[in-house]
Design a protein around this ligand. Structure first.
Ligand code: SIN
Length: 283
């Protein structure tokens, strides 16, 4: 059992911290895992570099932070139902996750968090942006907060503004071989402002990829406010940006962040393994 002396360095003002001094393939003490978990809650997304994990080791690390869940739309890799592969080849032009979102916000219990492990990365390009939804909520006016508190919104895996299934299929172009054909749309109402079950802090929980309208309002009525919130959450001061290399891992909290995979590396290859964690019903 290794008692790692970990170093935690914030990467931006809003969120994100890089953790060094830890080899995740080693058997780490509970104290080390507790320190990593605390860094995850404090910084919302944490990053590791130069890790070397087999799929079984990746799952075993993940299990220290929650219960790996099955992702609904993509087939998992052979022998490991908890892991999907996010692949963009030299021939693909569209990548997975290229719009701001929080993973599986359309599920009854959206994912707690996601771990992404880089296997092959382009020499440049393919970074991921993250945004802090506690700060996005805190920065709203008192009047807007009063209006949103208690409101719920409808979230769908086939958000109409993105062109529904056709767009989804196009987005998954890069993953065409592993898309689960005939997947049903997943749709749920969730609070627009949710309270984090571990930190007790409030965060904005609407996103441009999945949120369709507010409860009790039609889409046209909801749109101006949703458009405002979606533009607001993208402000650079709420963001950090992560530059990947093979062996990098990002672990983000879907309950209080959003992310976007930048598609600026056509003609190059990027391959990642991803685990999403079972979440709880947002309140
Ligand atoms: C995602 O999980 O949305 C993809 C993130 C990435 O590939 O950087």
């Amino acid at each position: 059992m290794t008692q790692a002396s970990i170093d935690i360095k914030p990467v931006a003002g809003a969120l994100g911290a890089e953790i060094s001094g830890v080899d995740l393939s080693a058997e780490l003490s509970n104290q080390t895992y507790d320190a990593i978990h605390q860094a995850f809650l404090d910084h919302l997304v944490i990053f590791f570099r130069d890790q070397n994990l087999t799929p079984a080791q990746f799952i075993s690390v993940a299990k220290h932070f929650g219960k790996p869940d099955h992702y609904p739309f993509i087939e998992s890799i052979d022998g490991y139902p908890e892991i999907i592969e996010i692949l963009k080849t030299e021939d693909d032009t569209i990548n997975f996750g290229c719009h701001w979102h929080s993973d599986t916000a359309y599920m009854d219990k959206p994912s707690l968090g996601t771990m992404l492990y880089a296997l092959e990365t382009p020499e440049s390009g393919g970074d991921t942006l993250f945004a802090n939804m506690y700060q996005a909520y805190d920065a709203l006016s008192d009047g807007m907060k009063r209006m949103l508190d208690g409101l719920r919104a409808f979230n769908s895996s086939e958000q109409k503004d993105l062109g529904g299934r056709a767009q989804k299929m196009a987005e998954l172009n890069a993953l065409k071989d592993t898309y689960v054909e005939g997947s049903e749309a997943l749709e749920h109402f969730h609070p627009v402002v949710r309270t984090h079950p571990e930190t007790g802090k409030k965060s904005l929980f609407v996103n441009g990829s999945h949120t369709v309208h507010f409860e009790g309002m039609i889409e046209e009525e909801s749109k101006p406010i949703l458009d405002y919130l979606i533009a607001h959450m993208k402000k650079p001061e709420f963001q950090c940006r992560f530059r990947w290399a093979p062996g990098s891992i990002a672990f983000w909290d879907n309950r209080c962040t959003q992310h976007l995979a930048i598609n600026d590396y056509n003609g190059k290859r990027r391959r990642m393994h991803r685990i999403t964690f079972e979440g709880s019903k947002p309140v």
